[in-house]
Each structure stands twice: as structure tokens, then as C-alpha cells.
Design a protein around this ligand. Structure first.
Ligand code: PXL
Length: 284
């Protein structure tokens, strides 16, 4: 079985990070090996969350994994808790791949135009450096802006597509930006650029007036699984967008706190079914 090293925090409450990454990639048929970056009482959008940084423990875990001679088919990082930890992850990326593995960096930094609590310009710089090592990056629009030193106000779809290209110039073969604007404000776009063939793709889906933490983690996990399965870039994006859309629609009708995240348990089975349609467009 293919193995994924999943470098994310474990948040006890609120579906995000490892409580999303593990079920999604397990459902897709991969062995998930967590390298936890922090333990949180609840994800950081809950007021007064408690956080326990695991930088020192990560060094020990990595050292044991080296003794075991482990290597992984995908090396996939998300929320990181300290600048120092980013150096540990950079070393991990150098040491635990093999010739056919890939590195996916989901540069978890913020959303809705703002950095998450605990993130600062130094963390942004560290994440930018990690993105240089990646084969695939999956920022949302806010994270893309911070990585590129841009503002998020008045961004249109064409600007977001230009940002995809600029992100890929940092090093990644594929750059994917989520939550990008579309001409029709009832839609939201995911834009993906393949630096190897110079093609830019877009997948549109319905915009709902709700926001669920952890959807970025679900998105990047599906992309990781699809690429391990040999899907093309637009197919991977299509499946990830479809999964998130089904998850949001399986949540929005209930009267539950959006901070709890999307009801992924109701929709994991879609990951094993053929896609009912393809809506991706070539936009450049
Ligand atoms: O979903 C990204 C994420 C991951 N980990 C933690 C978070 C968030 C988003 O808020 O708080 C701890």
C-alpha cells in the first residue's frame, strides 16, 4: 500500500487537520502516518484554544523513523506550529522521499484576508521556503496573497490565475489556489496551474454563504490521494472540489456551529465513487 507522511496538528475538537486528513486518505486506500506538529484542545478559530507545540517530539519521532529506514510515497504538510519546526519539516522532505514520491505543502496561514492566531510574517517566510521544496502547493486566496506579498482586496480571477503561475515559479510543478473569485459571484473558483505543460485550469462550484474550518485540509488531502492514484491535475481538482461541495451541502442545512467543520462522515463514501461529471475548463 502507498504510504503518506501527514505532517499536521491534532486538534481535539472542530474537524480540521489530522481528524480530516486521516479519514480522507484512509478512505482513498492509503496508509496515513501522522507526524503531529502540535496538539490543540480545539482548532485555532475557537476562542481560548490551548496549544502544545511538539517541535522537540517531532525531532525524536523523525530520528526513530530514520532508524526504521522509512520512506513515503507522499510527504504532505499542513499546519505548523513554530518557525523552528519548519526546519525540521524541510529536513524531513529531504530525507524521507524516494524517486517517485512527491511533496505537497498546504501552506496553512490564514483565511478571509487575515492570518490565523499565532501566525506572523516570520511564519509566512518559513512557509514560502517550504513551498520552494514542494511539487504541489494548495493555498487559499489569502495564503497565496501572503506568500506573494500581495493584498487580497479587489482580486479578480485573472489576478488569481497570475498568482498561480508566480507560485509555481517558486518551485512547485502544480500550484492550486482555492476560494478564488469568479465573474459570477454565486460561484467560487479553484484555479490550478501546471508549470510543466503551461496549462491553467479552473473548476467552478456554487458559493454558499457559510465557511467551515478544515475544508482546506480536506481539499489538499483529496488532491494528495488523487495524485497518488495517477489522476491528472484537473481530475484531481475536480474530485476535491466535488467532495468539498458535497460535504458543505451535507452540513449547511443543519443548524450546527460552523466552527465544528463540515459533516465529512456523511460524504466520505463519494471518494470511492466515479465522478458523475467533469466541469473543468482550460483557461490558459
Ligand atoms: O484547517 C486548517 C487548520 C489547521 N490546524 C489548525 C487550525 C486550522 C484552521 O483554523 O486552526 C490548528
Amino acid at each position: 500500500m502507498k504510504k503518506v507522511a501527514a505532517i499536521h496538528d491534532l486538534s481535539g475538537y472542530g474537524r480540521a487537520s489530522l481528524t480530516v486528513v486521516i479519514p480522507v486518505l484512509s478512505q482513498m486506500g492509503f496508509q496515513v502516518c501522522p507526524l503531529p506538529t502540535a496538539v490543540l484542545s480545539a482548532h485555532s478559530e475557537y476562542p481560548r484554544f490551548r496549544s502544545f507545540d511538539l517541535t522537540a517530539q517531532m525531532r525524536e519521532i523523525v530520528s526513530h523513523w530514520k532508524e526504521l529506514g522509512l520512506c513515503f510515497d507522499a510527504l504532505y504538510s499542513g499546519y505548523l506550529a513554530s518557525r523552528e519546526q519548519m526546519e525540521v519539516v524541510a529536513g524531513f522532505f529531504r530525507d524521507f522521499g524516494h524517486k517517485d514520491s512527491f511533496i505537497l505543502v498546504d501552506p496553512v496561514l490564514g483565511d478571509h484576508g487575515k492570518l490565523y492566531p499565532g501566525m506572523d510574517p516570520e511564519m509566512v517566510e518559513g512557509m514560502r521556503r517550504l513551498c520552494r521544496q514542494a511539487d504541489v502547493v494548495t493555498p487559499n486566496l489569502t495564503e497565496a496573497a501572503f506568500l506573494l506579498g500581495e493584498g487580497v482586496a479587489d482580486v479578480d480571477g485573472a489576478t488569481a490565475a497570475g498568482w498561480c503561475k508566480r507560485l509555481s515559479e517558486l518551485g512547485p510543478r502544480y500550484a492550486i489556489i482555492t476560494s478564488a473569485p469568479a465573474e459570477d459571484d454565486r460561484k467560487v473558483a479553484t484555479i490550478a496551474y501546471n508549470r510543466e505543460d503551461g496549462r491553467m485550469w479552473r473548476v467552478l462550484c456554487d458559493h454558499l454563504p457559510a465557511s467551515y474550518p478544515g475544508t482546506g485540509d480536506a481539499f489538499a488531502s483529496v488532491i494528495t490521494g488523487c495524485l497518488l492514484n495517477g489522476d491528472s491535475l484537473p481530475e484531481a481538482v475536480e474530485r476535491a472540489v466535488y467532495f468539498i461541495n458535497m460535504g458543505i451541502k451535507g452540513t449547511f442545512g443543519y443548524d450546527q456551529d460552523p466552527l465544528d467543520g463540515m459533516n465529512q462522515e456523511k460524504v466520505l463514501h463519494y471518494l470511492n465513487e466515479p465522478l458523475p461529471f467533469y466541469r473543468y475548463e482550460l483557461i490558459g
